[in-house]
Design a protein around this ligand. Structure first.
Ligand SMILES: [Zn+2]
Length: 432
């Protein structure tokens, strides 16, 4: 067991921060928090090693709930296009290069290094259709000790030949990865849930024939695997889905009919235009939204109303969605999400904009629930944590909450001095 001493801040509830000035958090050998307290004698931790972080802040690590690892090379490129032409002209040509595993590894190392810099310890990730490159990405996450649900992308229509895969091959590739990355792993002779697991990943309805969607749903059900995809991002995309799936009552229903909408844990990116039937289905099936504010701005998709979704009780996390989004710094995503909600507030004063504790809770405890007990320092939670040295931001002049707020708004990776995932410190990954 280890005990960490620092100024500890986290959000057990969405409406307020828990703040322990010079507090202690105890972490068991299994990487889970056993207690958090103001005084050491309140913790049952006799004989534990005590690590003192002094005046630094200790907060939960970030979770990126929607990101395309193979688009790292396109980050900040072609930001003047909307979704569909952008996919055809930039995304698909870049993803085609991932048939080459060496190229994939070079880019994936670059991608993960940036995630590490910004303190993102868990991700829900799109790979490409290529099984070998996706396997390599999963191995890299495993070697790094960072948590990820990684999807070999399924797509077989409306895409270049190089990214089209037969339904049988798509399923066979997935089954290989499912066998290689089992649900349980043996770590230090202790059996625990694997940090890296496959996630069933139909790209989106326009990229997948009904046969492929059906096969993906069956695969998710057979192996009880989570599902990720895109939903109601852009109005022309929604109109296209209505043409392709005329029997579905909504875009969300098009996934639901194939067992890809909450039959197993499901996360859908964007949901900018989700309402009515689709919203009811999301609530009923416990589908999580990955809100990606920078992507929605860059691709002129719209502004998701997170306040409305929150009020409706929909589960929410935040995603960078590079390279529709341009920024892998999830702390910035908190700021952008607050700013989008302030734009909504300008249009409708009946709904308050999101405040800092709400968005911090969304980014940590709410998002983390997709991985199990992640995103809080309550007992039983996996210790995913960042140590923040904000000494360059004049900490003596501010309260602890304002120090955290200033780090989120004006800080960057240089202030993150330690990163933990499931209780283990994560060293800097190698870039080649
Ligand atoms: Zn996306």
């Amino acid at each position: 067991m280890k005990v960490y001493k620092a100024h500890i801040l986290f959000t057990k509830e969405k409406d307020r921060f828990e703040v322990y000035e010079n507090g202690y958090v105890a972490v068991g050998d299994d990487g889970r928090v056993t207690g958090v307290a103001k005084n050491l004698d309140e913790l049952d931790c006799e004989g534990a090693e005590i690590v003192d972080f002094g005046d630094k802040l200790l907060i939960p690590a970030m979770n990126d709930m929607h990101v395309h690892a193979p688009q790292v090379h396109n980050q900040g490129v072609a930001m003047d296009l909307e979704l569909l032409p952008w996919l055809q002209n930039y995304t698909f040509p870049e993803e085609s290069k991932y048939a080459d595993v060496e190229y994939a590894e070079r880019m994936y190392r670059r991608f993960m290094h940036t995630q590490w810099l910004f303190g993102t310890m868990r991700s829900v990730v799109f790979g490409t259709v290529h099984t070998e490159s996706t396997r390599r990405l999963m191995q890299l996450y495993q070697e790094a000790g960072m948590g990820a649900l990684v999807g070999k992308v399924a797509m077989n229509r409306n895409c270049p030949e190089a990214l089209c895969e037969d339904v049988e091959d798509a399923i066979a590739g997935n089954e290989q990865l499912i066998a290689e990355f089992p649900q349980l792993s043996t770590l230090n002779s202790q059996l625990s849930t694997s940090l890296v697991r496959p996630i069933i990943t139909p790209r989106f309805v326009p990229s997948c024939t009904p046969e492929l969607l059906k096969a993906c749903g069956e695969l998710a059900n057979k192996y009880q695997l989570p599902v990720q995809s895109h939903l109601s991002e852009n109005v022309s995309e929604i109109a296209w889905v209505a043409e392709l799936e005329p029997e579905s009552k909504s875009y969300g229903d098009a996934y639901n009919r194939y067992g890809l909408f909450g039959q197993t844990p499901t996360i859908m990116a964007h949901c900018v235009w989700t309402e009515g039937h689709e919203l009811e289905l999301m609530k009923r099936n416990g589908v999580m939204v990955a809100h990606c504010p920078t992507s929605n701005f860059n691709l002129s998709s719209g502004m998701a109303s997170i306040r409305s979704l929150l009020d409706e009780g929909v589960r929410i996390g935040l995603g960078s969605d590079i390279s529709g989004g341009h920024d892998l710094n999830m702390f910035r995503m908190l700021v952008y999400a607050i700013q989008v909600s302030k734009m909504h507030y300008q249009l409708n004063h009946d709904k308050a904009f999101l405040n800092l504790s709400e968005i911090f809770w969304i980014a940590t405890k709410s998002a983390g629930s997709f991985f199990g007990k992640v995103g809080s320092f309550e007992p039983g939670y996996e210790f995913d944590a960042l140590v923040i040295d904000d000494s360059v931001l004049y900490p003596a002049e501010y309260s602890l909450l304002h120090r955290l707020e200033r780090f989120i708004y004006v800080g960057d990776d240089r202030q993150i001095v330690h990163r933990f995932c499931r209780g283990r410190e994560v060293p800097e990954p190698i870039v080649k």
